[in-house]
Write a protein that binds this ligand. Structure first.
Ligand code: ATP
Ligand code: MG
Length: 483
């Protein structure tokens, strides 16, 4: 257990200034001991101030002692050893304070220090300081400074002096060992820190490599999926194309033939009228015509044929769009009309949109843009499907607008859906980020879109607030560097 430094007459050197300074030093040391032994609460700041005070006061006192020894011309060997002990004292306080502050302030560092100083001080005063006082007294009395001729030597007892000196050297050794230990500890801490840094850097590298592998795998999966859909679409389009071709050509002939037949019937009527048939025959003919609803047939046949032709045109358009879409695996850069891509994509996802939202087109005049059309279509499809899924109250609204901006085109898709909070916006371009229930979203749509737009040298940005819908903007340079 650490105890306060008790002053007694053995410590008096009979040099007034030095004795007063020793007392003060001991007071300061005892204040530290009080804190260490828990008799007094002290904040870390106060402990630091205490250590600072102790150190600077000791230095001041040591400087005085060293000046005194120089003034009286003490023995050079003694001055060197004495000064060295002073340095050790100051160094011990510095090291302990640094460790106390660095090591999350455990009190035991202070306890070791206080123990060290307490014992050091007693032996220092009894040893070196007494020797100094003795030398000064001898010099004052006109005798040589060396110990050999001092009368106190006998009075003090050789054994005590040898012991005191041995302990003084022991403390010097201890101090050196402490310093070496502290230095080793610092080095170890540094090594540790750099090791941790290296491990962290390696881990980060691994993680990013892993993420890259994952992204590539997802892209492969997605492009496989797209190419499967593309093949399916191409097959269906091909199959539908044949019947649509002959139905369309037959419908053309049918229209021609029906026109001719109706014409022929009209001529019959005219000729019959000119011949003046009997009233009964004329009545019979009129009745038959009414029965067959002839006037209605004549006017409706035209409408039916026209509507059928329109229907067929729509089927042809769908087939054409499916063909455009089925070029998904064809990674070819083409100068494309963005509006064509938008239209064909809208046809493909129409069944997802039609019950959810009204689709409004606000198209500007656009130059052709060099891109991978199937991929741009995929981006738009992902955005449109998300928009439809975000609209939970029909009728919603999806506004598609386009504009030319410098050497780029911009496509904006604004929906009236439920919008997103900032913490969702921050993640939507990350693979596998989804807020949708398991099985409904894979969280890949936006990350794939992001990669595609990046490959085009463009940008995709989002602006959204909860309850206020979302607005995705895709900007594509007219002439991307990658092409
Ligand atoms: N228009 C939007 N309105 C509101 N939230 C959106 C919108 N678009 C994307 N999000 C949010 O971003 C998340 C990620 O979108 P992303 O398209 O990448 O994945 P997903 O739609 O969940 O799944 P996947 O597209 O793979 O089927 C969505 O889960 C959703 O929370
Ligand atoms: Mg999605």
């Amino acid at each position: 257990m650490l105890e306060a430094f008790k002053w007694d007459e053995r410590y008096e050197l009979e040099i007034d200034t030095v004795d007063a300074q020793h007392r003060h030093l001991v007071d300061m040391l005892n204040a530290l001991v009080e804190v260490v032994t828990g008799q007094r609460q002290a904040s870390d700041d106060e402990v630091a101030v205490l250590l600072d005070g102790l150190e600077s006061y000791a230095q001041e006192h040591f400087a005085d002692e060293e000046a005194l020894m120089a003034r009286w011309g003490c023995d050079a060997a003694h001055v060197a050893a004495h000064t060295r002990q002073h340095e050790i004292f100051a160094e011990q306080i510095r090291v302990a304070r640094r460790e106390y502050l660095a090591a999350g302030r455990p009190r035991d560092i202070l306890e070791v220090l206080a123990n060290f100083i307490t014992t050091w001080l007693s032996f220092h005063i009894l040893g070196s300081d007494r020797e100094m006082a003795g030398q000064i007294a001898r010099i004052r009395a006109g005798r040589p400074a060396e110990r050999r001729s001092m009368p106190e030597h006998e009075r003090e007892g050789g054994a005590t002096r040898i012991l005191v000196e041995a302990i003084g050297r022991l403390y010097e050794l201890m101090a050196q060992r402490n310093l070496a230990l502290a230095a080793a500890r610092d080095e170890l801490a540094e090594l540790n820190a750099s090791l941790e840094q290296r491990v962290a850097a390696r881990t980060a590298e691994l993680q990013s490599a892993l993420a890259e592998v994952d992204r590539t795998r997802q892209q492969l999966l997605q492009s496989e999926k797209m190419s499967a859909i593309g093949q399916l679409a191409a097959g269906v389009a091909h199959e539908i194309n044949n019947p649509v071709g002959f139905v369309s050509s037959n419908l053309g002939s049918l229209g021609l033939y029906v026109g001719k037949l109706l014409d022929l019937l009209g001529r019959y009527d005219e000729k019959l009228e000119a011949l003046g048939p009997p009233a009964a025959f004329r009545e019979e003919l009129r009745r038959l015509k009414v029965e067959a609803d002839f006037d209605f047939l004549r006017s409706d046949i035209g409408d039916l044929l026209r509507e059928s032709a329109e229907g067929l045109d729509r089927v042809k358009k769908i087939v054409q769009d499916m063909k455009t879409f089925s070029h998904a695996d064809q990674l070819e850069w083409q100068d494309t009309d963005l509006h064509e891509i938008i239209e064909s994509t809208l046809t493909v996802v129409w069944h997802e949109l039609k019950y959810k939202a009204e689709v409004v087109r606000q198209f500007g005049t656009l130059p052709r843009v060099r891109c991978l059309p199937a991929q741009v279509s995929q981006v738009l499809m992902n955005i449109l499907v998300n928009a439809a899924q975000a609209i939970d109250r029909a009728p919603g609204r999806i506004v598609l607008s386009t504009r030319a901006v410098g050497a780029a085109v911009e496509l904006e898709v604004a929906d009236s859906g439920k919008g997103m909070p900032p913490e969702v916006i921050g993640h939507i371009f990350e693979p596998f980020f989804t807020t949708k229930p398991v099985g409904q979203g894979t969280g890949l749509g936006m990350s794939i879109s992001y990669e595609i737009v990046k490959r085009h040298g463009g940008q995709i940005t989002v602006d959204s607030r909860p309850g206020e819908g979302s607005r995705f903007t895709v900007r594509l340079p007219l002439d991307p560097p990658a092409s």
